[in-house]
Design a protein around this ligand. Structure first.
Ligand SMILES: NC(=O)c1ccc[n+]([C@@H]2O[C@H](COP(=O)([O-])OP(=O)(O)OC[C@H]3O[C@@H](n4cnc5c(N)ncnc54)[C@H](OP(=O)(O)O)[C@@H]3O)[C@@H](O)[C@H]2O)c1
Length: 263
């Protein structure tokens, strides 16, 4: 950090955000770049990735990489350190949900894909980042994107939520093992209006709001701001923590309709 700079500034630091071309990842890349970081974003669709990178003030670098493929992870991390000379912040944001239905109905292939992209990839990208220089960073920080679904059951997305519970545990485990060099934290968003979660909010927004003390669905910036907090020196004595960002859903009394606030 530049002397005298506020602790949320990331000047001189390099950040890699997986799944940065849309949704929470894009908002996070914008927040980190806005705080002065040099940012690399990854995703699968090249056109959308380039457009996203160019749409961020000052521009960010990008590289096509499937989060679940080891060779892509290695390529993206090498690209980042070659381009910017270091790696200080890793945001493991990508997740997938190829199956929507009763838990016992999932196929091996669908379950393996969910675990591979949502859980194993976060471990692998962190392993590679550590070796590529994260361990040498004076400000090393990993932020994993979990979900509030790590903490309760929900019909139709059981295995997805299981992988998110795994991310919460992985976050604590790595915090223990990578300290004091690197901090490892997670965010656990509630329902955010993105493409990934469309099936969960479209046509049932009022029902979701009814469960939400803050009376609205989440915005991508609600999560990005928390990632910035966890990535920066604002949270310099926090590690192993999963921060729930859900408008109060986890705290809510399920018998109350929060869509009708008390007068
Ligand atoms: N939205 C919610 O309500 C919510 C709630 C809790 C947690 N989350 C978590 O938040 C994170 C981001 O979700 P989101 O809602 O922002 O999703 P999103 O809007 O659908 O964006 C997903 C991003 O990841 C990229 N991506 C998807 N699969 C990929 C893969 N296999 N390899 C590389 N890039 C991939 C997409 O680009 P390409 O398709 O071009 O690859 C895109 O840039 C996920 O971990 C999700 O579980 C979301």
């Amino acid at each position: 950090m530049t002397a005298g700079a506020p602790p949320w500034r990331l000047d001189g630091r390099v950040a890699l955000v997986t799944g940065g071309s849309a949704g929470i990842g894009l908002a996070t890349a914008r927040a980190l770049a806005g705080a002065g970081a040099r940012v690399v974003i990854t995703a699968r669709n090249e056109e959308r990735l380039r457009a996203a990178a160019e749409g961020i003030d000052g521009g960010v670098a990008w590289i096509v990489a499937h989060a679940g493929r080891p060779e892509d992870a290695a390529r993206a991390i090498e690209f980042t350190t070659e381009r910017f000379g270091s790696l200080d912040i890793l945001v493991n944001n990508v997740a997938t949900n190829p199956y929507f239905g009763p838990t016992l109905g999932i196929t091996d292939e669908q379950a393996m894909k969910t675990m591979s992209v949502n859980q194993l990839a976060a471990l692998r990208w962190t392993q590679l980042a550590w070796d590529a220089g994260l361990k040498e960073s004076p400000h090393g920080s990993v932020v994993n994107v979990a979900s509030v679904g790590a903490f309760f059951t929900r019909r139709n997305i059981g295995i997805y939520n299981m992988t998110k519970a795994g991310i919460v545990h992985l976050t604590a485990q790595l915090a223990d093992e990578l300290g004091p060099r690197v901090r490892v934290n997670a965010v656990a968003p509630g329902l955010i209006k993105t493409e990934l979660a469309r099936a969960l909010w479209e046509k049932r927004e009022a029902a979701v709001v009814a469960m939400t003390p803050l009376g609205r669905l989440g915005e991508v910036t609600d999560v990005a701001n928390a990632v910035l907090f966890l990535a920066s020196d604002m949270s310099s004595w926090i590690t192993g923590h999963t921060m729930v960002i859900d408008g109060g859903v986890l705290a809510a009394d399920p018998t109350v309709d929060h869509g009708k606030p008390v007068s």
